[in-house]
Design a protein around this ligand. Sequence first.
Ligand SMILES: [Zn+2]
Length: 250
Amino acid sequence: MSKKYKGKTCVYCCTPNASQTADHVIARQFLLERRRDNLPKVPACLACNNEKSALEHYLATVLPFGGTHPDAGETLQSMLPGRLEKNRKLHLQLAQGMEQRYSSPAGAPWVPTLTLPFDGASLTKLYEFIARGLAFAHWNLLLPPETCLVRATFIRDDMPMFQQLLERNANRRVQIALGNGVFVYEGAQAAQPPELTIWKMSLAGAQFLTDQAGQTATAAYVLTGPRGMRAAVDIVRILDRGVPSPVPQG
Ligand SMILES: [Zn+2]
């Protein structure tokens, strides 16, 4: 590993001098092999890297089923059989757990929808890792767990609150599409305090049922802020941390 990463502060747990690895903030396995250019990398300790890798492995296997992005179909055909072959337990769990539920995308008429058993907490957990990674990659901003809240949530598509937060005057702003648009994100940072940031992320165009009666969500929002800041704490308190489940396409 290059000196650029070794011995640096881990951007995830913020332990100083702990970095032993250079972590791809957006895991390469989410993207087709020919579309892995310019992925942001950050210093990470081994423990955080391992924890994040386990989430990525699980999600890279499950999420393509819910993807509406054209590359998700190619991923299913070309890369997924190998991944499932290596993880027969997950394969079986997905096959047995598929069920029909009803959804109402953005208030449209209710339609029957296939859903997969899905550990939604693993996706919000990964998005929290990614927000920390992107805050550092773009703005050199560290968000230590002891002093900062970082919270991801799926909000149904017709709830404007977070979109409004994202569109407010910002000190810095970033908007990027990686891997032919498979991972799309936007971030905005407040002038004060700098730890106050909001992110919107979507992966493979995957759709999720939120637990708000059949409502779907295509993007997650991640809010970060100082633990001592009343507004940040209040927003986090009212966040719906519903467990999303992906809607397979096609
Ligand atoms: Zn760490």
